[in-house]
Design a protein around this ligand. Structure first.
Ligand code: NAD
Length: 428
């Protein structure tokens, strides 16, 4: 059997162990998931027939705290992918210092082929199938690709029905009136932006207006474009699955978003109220977007976009990974040799899980925060983690990615050691 996504993910762990005196037991534990649950979910379809979908929930490691991770609905979901995403979640939570371990869930389904009622039955069926292995102090799911706050609302309702008790802290990413937190919608992008702001001087990105290209104009990409534009960055290109648009003197993200909402198409536009006018711009491909001469490149779409084939052509001065796993291991090495810093996914996109943590805290306290408090706390978490990781990278002369894994591994190692390892029982 060839090397799997999960095998490749684990090479990051091996690399990090070179820079830390870590317990052997910690590494052994981190080589395999704590538990893997595979379930069949029978769903009554609208035409009366029955379809059975495959679902997964992987709890990777809970040394630091209850496990946390999203649920993905996609036709290409496999156990290998879910395991890998759960591994990344373990390191992401630890890299920013959250008291959570890592997990992930998924259902192999093309959600676009289901009616809304079928989607609700599937979502409730999935929760019913995994209900015994999740819980506010055990494992806390959240949205991921093609799941959203509406689906979380159904799921938390299903779980509360099963337990016969109101249990909002079992899931995060809920609608506000089902116990959600303010600020969750743009948290991933905002967190990535705070990392960039914390590191831009240290990475010597210059003081002038920074030019940004963003691959993917969904939740993460659109919000990043808006937040960065509002802060004075110039967004010169954005893309979706159909292609990219480019405008050297800057796009207006809000107008582009409005136009896309109305026309399901990505075009450079200026909107006044509800009236949008298309303005002069270039159409380019997604491949061309990645190679634009910009200051900041933000992959915010899919895995494996920056590869050994295009890494040598990247002209950006810095990459901010909002997507999970957008850069392959080979591409990472090329970028490191070329001196292009990458703010890695486990740091750059950790804002989402950080505000999920705040949501969980609010649910447990029954006390809900105002938006400025969410932003202030998020900024602090992201800045502290960014500076700590930058300092580790400087100290050892390693990439920010390896440094992020070192930082996370140190916390996981401390948690493992605090529960007792073989070394404590060694008598000299
Ligand atoms: P989304 O579905 O809202 O948006 C994805 C965007 O990518 C869409 O605009 C889509 O058209 C575009 N896209 C799809 N295929 C593409 C292609 N081949 N080239 C260019 N664009 C393409 O998803 P999202 O929530 O924004 O997530 C995007 C990435 O960020 C994923 O890797 C996800 O795992 C990661 N992420 C998201 C969050 C979050 O809170 N939303 C948190 C952590 C990580």
């Amino acid at each position: 059997m060839g090397e799997t996504l999960f095998d490749r993910a684990k090479t990051r762990l091996d690399e990090a162990t070179k820079y830390l005196d870590v317990e052997e037991e910690t590494v052994v534990r981190l080589k395999a998931p704590k538990s893997v649950l595979q379930v069949s979910i029978p769903v009554r379809m609208d035409d009366g027939s029955l379809k059975v979908f495959q679902g997964y929930r992987v709890r990777y490691n809970d040394a630091v705290g209850p496990t946390k991770g999203g649920i993905r609905y996609h036709q290409s979901v496999t156990l290998d992918e879910v395991k890998t995403l759960a591994f990344w979640m373990t390191f992401k939570c630890a890299a920013v210092g959250l008291p959570f371990g890592g997990a992930k869930g998924g259902v192999t389904v093309n959600p676009k082929e289901l009616s809304l009622l079928e989607l609700e039955r599937l979502s409730r069926g999935y929760i019913s199938a995994i209900a015994d292995s999740i819980g506010p102090d055990v494992d806390i799911p959240a949205p991921d690709v093609y799941t959203n706050s509406m689906i979380m609302g159904w799921m938390v309702d299903e779980y509360s029905n099963i337990k016969r008790a109101y249990s909002p802290a079992v899931l995060t990413g809920k609608p506000i009136y089902a116990g959600g937190s303010l600020g969750r919608d743009d948290a991933t992008a905002r967190g990535g932006f705070y990392c960039l702001e914390a590191l831009k001087e240290r990475l010597r990105l210059g003081k002038g207006t920074l030019k940004v290209a963003i691959q993917g104009f969904g939740n993460a990409g659109y919000h990043f474009a808006k937040i960065a534009n509002d802060a004075g960055y110039r967004i010169v290109a954005v893309s979706d699955s159909k292609g990219a648009i480019c405008k050297e003197d800057g796009l207006d993200p809000e107008s582009v978003y409005k136009f896309k909402q109305q026309n399901r198409e990505l075009k450079a536009a200026y909107c006044e109220g509800t009236v949008c006018e298309v303005v002069d711009h270039k159409r380019i491909t997604n491949a061309e977007l990645l190679e634009l001469d910009v200051d900041i490149l933000v992959p915010a779409a899919l895995e494996n976009q920056i590869t050994k084939d295009n890494a040598k052509n990247i002209k950006a001065k810095c990459i901010v990974e909002l997507a999970n796993g957008p850069t392959t291991v080979e591409a990472d090495n090329i970028l490191a040799q070329r001196g292009i810093p990458v703010i890695p996914d486990i740091l750059a996109n950790a804002g989402g899980v950080t505000v999920s943590y705040f949501e969980w805290v609010q649910n447990k306290q029954g006390y809900y925060w105002k938006l400025p408090k969410v932003h202030k706390e998020l900024k602090e978490y992201m800045e502290d983690a960014s500076v700590e990781i930058f300092n580790i990278a400087e100290k050892h002369g390693i990439t920010l990615r390896t440094a992020a894994y070192v930082s996370a591994l140190r916390r996981i190692d401390e948690a493992v050691k605090s529960k007792g390892t073989e070394r404590q029982f060694h008598v000299e």
